[in-house]
Design a protein around this ligand. Structure first.
Ligand code: ADP
Ligand code: 3PG
Ligand code: MG
Length: 409
């Protein structure tokens, strides 16, 4: 499975090593870094390279800046990586140089004056539209800047962009960084032969986002616990009244098929038996705990925003005896504290099972776990959103596929 070259296989001393990192961190209105996890998680790779006398040149993107318009330059200021260089400097306790251009003479001159064991961050690669179109000459211009390439940007590994994929055609050797390896270990290797019982908790906003994950895990999981908005499409498919809850009408038939498939394969596919319902999605509004059955569904004008109290107990029991737990997607609108109880209850149950390997799939689920202060009680939290979903689905990630094969090495 690990058929790609690893950072440890490279001779990095005295080499210009281009490292693609995912520094796409959330920023406040004032431009402050709200969560620096992705930067912190890239430190082992960066420190290893510095300690092994490499010249470390970081490539990264931030946000989705507009390119090619006259206003682009002005609006793009907020997507500059300059503040990230400052933050990295404080984390490393070392100076981090910053180049306001990621290719061309400015970048080249900054690199030419680098000494071994020093670090430089290049400006947002997405300031060039050629990054996302994976333009070969832009990839070549990036490749020219280094001798070796390391991809540690797991969160962006599902993108076939110039700095994540195209660049490897223009560089001698390309390897996985330590964060990339860690993500692969938990989201791929551990899930290939999971310890049973293997429990999968799926929530979040849409069934359509998670179909691939459900299908891929049907052959491996013993039990699914369904929550979040996606639960209502399944509940509707079983004939339960969901009123104003978010249902994907065009996915009801598919939900029926998935439920039938689970039944055939003797997989336990549990849906909420009750939910918290409200008439308006706002903090402090009246709510009620509604039992979900064909005889008693949600009343007109109400909508399900969290799993109910009975469901929390039922799901917590399942969690307590699992050996492997994979969780993707909050089971309620956790951003509003009144509707976060179900997500919190499940996070606490996972934290309480010290015998299980617990893997949180990334995106909003990771945000929720961190918000509850339970992150350090989980075995692994992914730094990827879309990338973690695609990996679990069994898709090949372009950012990994492009790296040097071990056998070619
Ligand atoms: P992840 O990023 O973990 O994969 P998703 O992006 O699929 O998760 O979904 C997260 C979103 O789902 C959250 O913003 C949350 O508010 C929303 N959500 C969860 N439950 C409900 C619900 N019952 N109704 C509407 N939205 C919900
Ligand atoms: C992410 O934040 O999911 C990655 O950095 C990829 O960003 P993108 O969705 O803008 O490509
Ligand atoms: Mg999300």
């Amino acid at each position: 499975m690990h058929s790609k070259l690893s950072l440890r296989d490279l001779s990095v001393g005295n080499q210009r090593v281009l490292v693609r990192v995912d520094f796409n961190v959330p920023l406040s209105e004032q431009g402050q870094i709200v969560d620096d996890t992705r930067i912190v998680e890239a430190l082992p790779t960066i420190r290893y390279l510095l300690e092994h006398d490499a010249k470390v040149i970081l490539l990264a993107h931030l946000g989705r800046p507009k390119t090619g318009t006259s206003q682009a330059l002005e609006t793009n200021k907020k997507y500059s990586l300059a503040p990230v260089a400052k933050h990295l400097e404080s984390l490393l306790g070392l100076p981090v140089q910053f180049s306001p251009e990621c290719i061309g003479p400015v970048a080249k001159s900054a690199i030419s004056s680098m000494k071994n064991g020093t670090i430089l961050l290049l400006e947002n690669v997405r300031f060039h539209q050629e990054e996302e179109s994976n333009d070969p000459s832009f990839a070549a211009a990036l490749g020219e800047l280094g001798d070796l390439y390391v991809n540690d940007a797991f969160g962006a590994a599902h993108r076939a962009h110039a700095s994540t994929a195209g660049i490897t055609r223009h560089i001698r050797q390309s390897a996985m960084g330590f964060l990339m390896e860690k993500e692969m270990k938990y989201l791929q290797v551990e899930l290939t032969t999971p310890e049973h019982p293997f429990l999968v908790i799926l929530g979040g906003s849409k069934v359509s986002d998670k179909i691939g994950v459900i299908k891929a895990l049907m052959t491996k999981a013993d039990t699914f616990l369904i929550g979040g908005a996606m639960a209502y499409t399944f509940l509707k498919a079983t004939g339960i009244e969901t009123a104003r809850s978010r249902v994907e009408v065009d996915k009801i038939d598919l939900a029926k098929e998935l439920l039938e498939e689970a039944r055939k394969q003797s997989i336990r596919f549990l849906l909420p038996i009750d939910c918290i319902a409200t008439q308006t999605i706002e903090p402090g509004v009246p709510t009620k705990n509604v039992t979900l059955s064909p005889l008693s569904g949600i009343s007109e004008g109400w909508e399900g925003v969290d799993i109910g109290l009975e469901t929390r107990l039922l799901y917590a029991q399942e969690i307590a005896h699992a050996k492997t737990i994979l969780w993707n997607g909050p089971v309620g609108i956790f951003e509003i504290p009144d509707f976060s109880g179900g997500t919190r209850a499940l996070a606490e149950a996972i934290a309480g099972n010290r015998n299980a390997l617990s893997i949180i799939g990334g995106g909003d689920s990771v945000t929720a776990v961190k918000q509850f202060g339970l992150a350090n009680l989980m075995s692994f939290l992914s730094t990827g959103g879309g990338a973690s979903l695609e990996l679990i689905e069994g898709k090949e990630l372009p950012g990994i596929a492009a790296l040097t094969d071990l056998r070619a090495f």
